[in-house]
Design a binder for this molecule. Structure first.
Ligand code: DGJ
Length: 743
């Protein structure tokens, strides 16, 4: 619900459990009052009105010197008018005026959810959301800013975005244009963010805010392995189970930046949006610049609850694919099975043995096109390599279909190799700086997706492949970051627009392809999880979580990812042992337990497995089929993160009706005579009665400590907990499924 109080000039946005309040200030600035639990109230009494010294006053409020933008919580902060803290905007008019003094002009409340032109944004079903837009203007430059708020009452999510409109007579230059400023004027806040590197993405880190500014950002042209565009601000005592936390997630896949500042008064301000590194944008009179959306959540019920809010929202209101809410096929991907060393016969042999094990989709990864025998060449030549696959792609795909398998194909559309027909005929289609040798990444260059002709060619090429071949699934990869940020078609004054235009081009391409081919299942990828963000999830219902398929390393990668992103979006496969990335050997069963907490599939050559291993894979796939609805639709709970004192990861899925629960535990280390491995389950009905339906132990000889037909109450399992038997061995694991019993 969105309410405007004409007397107090407050906007109150309420969801079932949260409330967000703003006020038009005494001289028209849009002030932030409150974001927290839903309650009656007007929080304008919290505004600071004392002179803090060296905090300047708007001209018409100079008497008393107590009112300063430097100490007021605001919705969209600008520089140059008395607020010396983080600013959302850096701008310059043709006559050199920097900054803006944004004052209220008008507002509109309407049913439904606003959309953004050319960028993904959350969508709403009938009656599911309302929109508030507030128009602010700067008299000196003619700049207007429209702040957009989408209120999803039942989902407890508030979305925000902003548009800049040039209503002046001459061009405006934007040097920074962030989407959101969120002020938290009181309280002790910590920040959780998700950093990493290739093959070790989204490692959670919780830090106490320092006085000053902390920054999470990517200037790599992609949201990146290094810093995910998602942060959580929480109280020091917040845990997975309890406590206040507030999430900010950017729906954007390119350069991003989140600054969190603790100011002189101890107030916290978070500014999130497109990064200002290498960014500038020229806005001609009458033009509009839109900024990507931020998904805000607040809860008092801990980090698990915050994760559930994001999981549901992304699945129901961000991801547009019909597969977002559907079962996904168990796949086998050829990458770690064959890399680029294959021909049709080998692929068919792998596909045939995969089918015998119960696999449903066979994916031909990198190496099927052009002269792509290694990763030094071939990107951009999206026609089949007939030496490897004689007769063409369709012949092979038809043969795979004839085995009763769905077919999948790997593409890396955004890239071009120097050694490719595409580069030879269109060298200017790559991002390169005139007069400078380009920087190479995996021996490839990045296509200039800011160009319409490049987008059109990519669209025709990929659409052609999808029209002419029986392809059920596409893996969309991106294996280097952007350098040499120069487009050969843009004028000098617009070269700072390249990285954002690149993302807009990418979204345009994805929009057209996913619209035309709604039945193709798209999986995103960027050297694993280098572009795992809500922007890509709008088009791809699943993203390859990491190039690291080691189940022990995956414990933290998948757990980190789970804070913001739904489990069914995480591409996760069982690969060979010893693992190709870490060299570690782990039991097949343990690899299965971890991969099942994701889209589930394989990435190995089944022909190299023993009969015993093949049998285990058949059983694994059966188990996955039994549980895939629970995993996809159920609530995911983090139970234990691997740490020194407790070197095991534990997590759980609970069905929406709380009738079924699946507990997963993986040991990253074992010790002799260990302390009891005791876990408290979560999310059950305390009065419910649960019986163990099945228990699987992998990589160890353990058995259940209780007679299997012992019935537990939900309260016993949650408050008393459950003690596992001693687990010894190399990376043992356990899966226990309880079902509720009636009577
Ligand atoms: C990086 C991906 O993450 C891998 O899964 C694989 O597709 C390779 N690229 C292929 O080059």
């Amino acid at each position: 619900m969105i309410q405007f109080d004409r007397i107090k000039k407050t906007f109150t946005l309420t969801t079932e459990k949260t409330m967000y309040q703003m006020q038009i200030g005494p001289v028209g600035h849009l002030l932030h009052l409150y974001y927290g639990p839903v309650t009656e109230g007007c929080f304008d009494y919290l505004q600071l009105t004392r002179d803090c010294g060296f905090s300047p006053n708007p001209y018409d409020l100079q008497e008393g010197r107590g009112w300063s933008l430097d100490t007021q919580a605001q919705e969209y902060s600008t520089p140059g008018v008395g607020d010396f803290r983080l600013s959302t905007l850096e701008s310059e008019s043709a006559d050199g005026i920097q900054g803006a003094d944004l004052r209220y002009v008008s507002h509109q409340i309407r049913p439904g959810k606003y959309q953004l032109a050319g960028m993904p944004a959350a969508f709403a079903g009938e009656g599911e959301a309302e929109t508030l837009s507030v128009l602010l203007a700067d008299a000196a430059t003619g700049m207007q800013v429209e702040l957009l708020y989408g209120v999803f009452s039942q989902r407890n999510v508030i979305t925000r975005a902003a548009r800049i409109l040039n209503r002046g007579a001459s061009a405006l230059r934007l040097n920074k244009a962030a989407s959101v400023c969120l002020d938290l004027p009181f309280g002790d806040w910590q920040m959780i963010h998700f950093h990493g590197r290739h093959t070790m993405e989204r490692q959670p880190e919780r830090v106490t805010l320092m006085n000053g500014i902390q920054t999470i950002s990517s200037a790599r042209g992609a949201s990146s392995h290094q810093h995910n565009p998602f942060v959580i601000l929480c109280q020091p005592d917040t845990t997975d189970r309890f406590g206040q936390c507030c999430g900010m997630m950017l729906v954007y896949s390119g350069n991003h930046r989140t600054d969190v500042e603790m100011d002189q008064a101890g107030a916290v301000r978070a500014v999130m949006g497109i990064s200002d590194t290498n960014f500038s944008w020229t806005l001609e009179p009458g033009e509009v610049f839109e900024m990507p959306e931020v998904l805000l959540t607040f809860t008092q019920e801990g980090l698990d609850d915050l994760s559930h809010l994001y999981h549901r929202f992304i699945q129901h209101n961000v991801c547009r694919s019909r597969y977002a809410l559907e079962r996904r096929p168990v796949l086998l991907n050829s990458w770690e099975a064959a890399y680029m060393d294959f021909d049709a016969e080998k692929l068919l042999r792998i596909a045939r043995s995969a089918k015998e094990l119960g696999v449903e989709l066979f994916v031909i990864d990198d190496g099927w096109f052009g002269n792509r025998d290694d990763d030094f060449r071939g990107l951009g030549d999206w026609f089949v390599n007939e030496k490897k696959l004689p007769g063409g792609l369709k012949v092979l795909l038809d043969s795979i279909h004839a085995l009763g398998l769905k077919t999948g194909l790997w593409l890396e559309p955004e890239m071009v190799s120097e050694d490719s027909d595409l580069y030879r005929s269109h060298p200017d289609w790559a991002l390169t700086v005139p007069g400078r040798k380009p920087t190479m990444g995996r021996s490839q260059l990045v296509l200039d997706l800011s160009r319409e002709d490049v987008i059109q060619w990519l669209y025709e090429t990929i659409a052609g492949l999808l029209r002419e071949n029986p392809i059920d699934y596409v893996k969309w990869d991106m294996n280097r970051h952007l350098t040499d940020l120069y487009s050969h078609t843009l004028p000098a004054c617009r070269q700072g627009e390249v990285t954002h235009r690149y993302v807009l081009g990418l979204y345009d391409l994805l929009e057209r392809l996913t619209r035309e081919f709604p039945d193709v299942l798209f999986e995103g990828c960027s050297g694993g999880g280098g572009r795992f963000d809500a922007g890509m999830l709008a088009y791809h219902p699943q993203i390859w979580c990491s190039d690291n398929t080691d189940p022990i390393a995956r414990l933290t990668i998948q757990e980190g990812t789970s804070y913001g992103y739904p489990v069914p979006a995480m591409g996760s496969h069982v690969s060979a042992s010893p693992n190709h990335q870490t060299g570690r050997s782990t039991p097949l069963g343990t690899r299965g337990v971890v991969a099942m907490s994701g889209t589930f599939g394989y990435e190995l050559d089944p022909g190299l497995l023993s009969q015993e291993e093949k049998d285990e894979i058949r059983r694994q796939i059966d188990r996955y089929h039994d549980w895939q609805d629970l995993i996809r639709e159920g609530d995911y709970y983090r139970i234990q993160s691997v740490d020194k004192a407790r070197p095991y990861g534990a997590w759980e899925f609970v069905s929406p009706d709380r009738d079924e629960v699946l507990l997963n535990v993986v040991l990253a280390d074992v010790s002799s005579n260990p302390r009891p491995l005791h876990l408290h389950l979560k999310g059950l009905d305390p009065q419910g009665r649960y019986r163990i339906e099945s228990a699987g132990f992998y990589g160890c000889n353990a058995r259940l400590p209780h007679v299997p037909d012992r019935i537990f109450t939900g309260g016993e399992l949650m408050y008393g907990g459950y003690t596992l038997p001693i687990l010894l061995g190399n990376y043992p694991s356990v899966q226990i499924c309880w079902k509720s019993v009636t009577g």
